[in-house]
Design a protein around this ligand. Sequence first.
Ligand code: ATP
Length: 304
Amino acid sequence: MLHNFGSINLDHIYRVPHLVRPGETLASHDYRVGLGGKGANQSLAMARAGGRVCHWGRLGRQDAWARDTLARAGVDVSRVNLVDEPSGHAIIQVDDRAENAIILFSGANHGFRRTDLNALVASTRPGDWLLTQNECLGLAELIPLADDHGLKIAFNPAPMAEEVLGLPLSRCRLLFVNHSEAAGLTGLALGAGAEALLDALAAQLPAAEVVLTLGSNGAWYQHGAQRRHQPALPVEAVDTTGAGDTFIGYLMAARQAGLGIEACLARATAAAALAVQRPGAAESIPDAEEVDRLLTDPAASPAP
Ligand code: ATP
């Protein structure tokens, strides 16, 4: 079982003629609400990939439908607690020129207490994986607790923030970073090349496995002296939101199924290539059969 300590966010998306101005009341001509949050997206991706994942999260009582959506996808939601607090959410305005403005509120995602973390870790078996991102509070306590309990920790420091540098990262077995997260972790310039970033990460965290994703430039895997590049698939991207989450969920599921790193990277890359050809985040994550089809017959790859 993989346990995912992760955010659940509700995205409230309003279509407006222009972004609202100070003092103005503006009518929206469309509204929809979607499930989001890096944590929830990664759990969804892992479940759609056929993996066994238990999501650890907190959600406002009025938003139980989001928990049901995760459950329908096959995520174990027995550790998603409904609480008397607002859920983490984003208020997103999108105007007619596709410009956006976003208000983000962490809400229930920031409400984990030490006693919650103790109970969550106690519910696991040594040797299980714990996956986490940087959208829930409590990582400075959780990482040592989980490591001491014998959990293998995979960490995706997204969104990257100054506080990440103070976390006990040497206790993490596996690190998923994109280009800017790698630059933030190593202190290198944003323009630094992949090899320089990988060298710096190897020096900083010599024991960790590192997956560095680079959008349409593919991904790198590094562990000790081993380093390999996995090219991205040449597809026409319409929306890359959630590509990283899809990649991570699929890679962890493939790993759980016992595949070698080369096959794990290939599956994650195929899943992310399907995701970027569709709009949205959670709704763009493909299921395992689509990924199988793409891997067996790349020429027949559809973008529904
Ligand atoms: P996000 O924050 O948008 O979820 P990210 O920055 O964490 O994404 P990326 O490095 O952009 O992650 O993408 C992850 C993987 O998705 C890449 O390694 C690649 O396999 C795939 N991918 C992303 N963009 C494209 C693209 N334009 N074409 C093909 N594959 C892509």
